[in-house]
Design a protein around this ligand. Structure first.
Ligand code: PMT
Length: 401
């Protein structure tokens, strides 16, 4: 059964009589596990009040594009990045036309342009409007961009006509929204992903570590699960809940992470090294807490094993993907790392920018492989993870990739 646990669904409501069904849709999405925020067009507010949808969703409803106060709360760009899915229900004929033309003349159409999240549309309009050549062309244009349509259903309409144009039932729309995340791109594949930091102990109470939150690696695990892969996450210490249906193996140090990954190799088709592994560890771990003493003490460090390089050099190597966390000369350093470590692909991210990379909700990256590259514009880590999984599937020749 498809679900929406840990998903942020942005529900767009445009101005048609079916807008009253959006209230029930919010409930259905929440029942599938989603966190819901709502954007309403001006027309939608003629049919149902923002207050109703605010009370049901438990979040403020967004209505204005050019409102300084609203933008201070959560700007249209932040909303676009927050969304794992943009669901527009009802989508009127006018809204479809504006989306097809790429307009950004209100908050909803602007967010639709600004988001990298998948888009699901539940059209609702008079049957003759649905059959009109202009609407047919708009629907075809939007479908060719990869947007998913749910409905419309056929039957008696509010205006008395009979035919196609009724908004689909909320339960069916919610199930279709959940289905978007199950794309089968990596069906039958076994994926191992490292995530989070490692901790290199100095004594029983102290360690060396870094600021990795695990968000990027956990998002990749969720995207791999959604793509149908049997997914194992080898995780350093983080504060995140396990992605649904992924196996999570907890480790602390680089040495433990390497051991765990090597054990998993016989059941691994794709290896993604997203962990920020400490390059060095203390040469010795003191058995007792190090006491405060002289003004200066020396710490001797030794090199940690390189996990991703060891995986890439193994006899039956999986398709091996690394990350490159760089603060300068991003692409040159990333290409060099890909070559030195023997990787099939590398995701280069600039960690000098505090709004992306370590411990942020967003990321921006360039994915490099032997004879190509793809730039991934700044977006939420979930959306980025889905794009990375798509690129991997394409490189592996998945028919759907
Ligand atoms: O966890 P978040 O807060 O969401 O942040 C995400 C991230 C910034 C940690 C992530 O996007 C990222 O860049 N991960 C790789 C971090 C890193 O250690 O990069 P690196 O350039 O130092 O290492 C290159 C590659 O070698 C990485 O795939 C790394 O996992 C791997 N490596 C490094 C050292 C080592 N001893 N063993 C390894 O396998």
């Amino acid at each position: 059964m498809a679900h929406l646990f840990n998903r942020n669904v942005l529900l767009g409501v445009s101005g048609g009589i079916a807008a009253y069904k959006s209230a029930e849709l919010v409930r259905q999405l929440q029942e599938l596990g989603a966190t819901v925020r709502v954007v309403m067009t001006r027309g939608a507010q003629e049919f149902i009040t923002p207050l109703t949808l605010q009370a049901l969703s438990g979040n403020p409803v967004h209505t204005e594009l050019l409102d300084a106060e609203a933008e201070l709360g959560m700007s249209h760009i932040e909303l676009a990045r927050w969304a794992d899915l943009l669901l527009i229900a009802p989508a009127t004929a006018d809204l479809l036309a504006r989306l097809a033309a790429g307009r950004a003349d209100d908050l909803l159409t602007t967010v639709a342009l600004a988001t990298a999240a998948p888009l699901v549309l539940a059209p609702a309009m008079n049957q003759q409007m649905w059959r009109d050549q202009a609407t047919i062309a708009n629907v075809a244009a939007l479908a060719s961009r990869g947007y998913t349509f749910v409905g419309p259903a056929s039957g008696e309409q509010a205006c008395g006509d009979i035919g196609p144009g009724r908004m689909e039932q909320p339960a069916i729309i919610a199930a279709a929204a959940a289905g978007v995340f199950e794309n089968g791109l990596l069906e039958g594949k076994r994926v191992v992903i490292t995530a989070g930091p490692t901790r290199e102990a100095l004594d029983p109470v102290r360690y060396i570590s870094n600021h990795s939150s695990g968000k990027m690696g956990y998002a990749l695990a969720q995207a791999a699960v959604d793509a149908g892969a049997r997914t194992t996450l080898v995780s350093g210490p983080v504060n995140l809940s396990a992605p649904d249906h992924a196996r999570v193996l907890h480790v602390e140090s680089a040495t433990q992470m390497l051991e765990q990954c090597l054990q998993l190799l016989p059941e691994c088709d794709i290896f993604i090294a997203c962990a920020a592994v400490a390059d060095y560890r203390p040469a010795a771990i003191e058995q007792q807490k190090i006491k405060k003493g002289p003004e200066h003490i020396n710490l001797q460090l030794v090199r940690n094993p390189d996990i991703v390089a060891a995986v890439a050099a193994s006899e039956h190597r999986p398709f091996t993907v690394g990350f490159a966390a760089e603060t300068n000369d991003l692409l040159a350093h990333a290409r060099d790392k890909m070559k030195r470590k023997g990787l099939d692909m590398i995701v280069a991210n600039d960690v000098s920018n505090r709004s992306i990379g370590f411990n942020s909700d967003n990321n921006e990256a360039t994915v490099l492989w032997a004879d190509g590259e793809q730039v991934l514009a700044m977006t939420g880590k979930s959306a980025m993870a889905r794009q990375i999984i798509q690129i991997i599937a394409r490189q592996l020749g998945s028919p759907a990739g």
